[in-house]
Unconditional design. Structure first.
Length: 109
């Protein structure tokens, strides 16, 4: 039997590195565009521009993860939503320019 956690990780990596990147471009640029559109929407919806802080790409990743969490409340067995959360987390680390060098064990030769 396959390990569901490993399967969803592999699927998320495939989607983030392949299909989504081909369709939408790199996450940093795409999420920055989305952040700018969110800001415009919030101001048009009544938020005073001076009260709004500038949204950034990592904010978009967080908001998308929260959207997927809301959907999982309704259908917790929807595998694609779990994969999307992993993918948005990966994109968020790129947008936030996280230092991931210490995450993986060092090669011991």
């Amino acid at each position: 039997m396959n390990d569901p956690a490993e399967d969803v990780l592999k699927y998320a990596q495939h989607i983030v590195s392949g299909a989504r990147r081909s369709a939408y471009g790199n996450p940093e640029d795409n999420f920055a565009r989305i952040a700018a559109l969110y800001e415009t929407y919030l101001v048009q919806a009544g938020m005073k521009k001076e009260d709004a802080r500038k949204l950034e790409g990592h904010d978009v990743a967080i908001l998308m993860i929260l959207m997927k969490c809301a959907r999982l409340i309704e259908t917790p067995n929807h595998t694609d939503s779990w994969a999307d959360i992993i993918g948005y987390g990966a994109c968020g680390t790129r947008c936030a320019k996280c230092d991931t060098s210490s995450l993986l064990p060092k090669d011991t030769k």
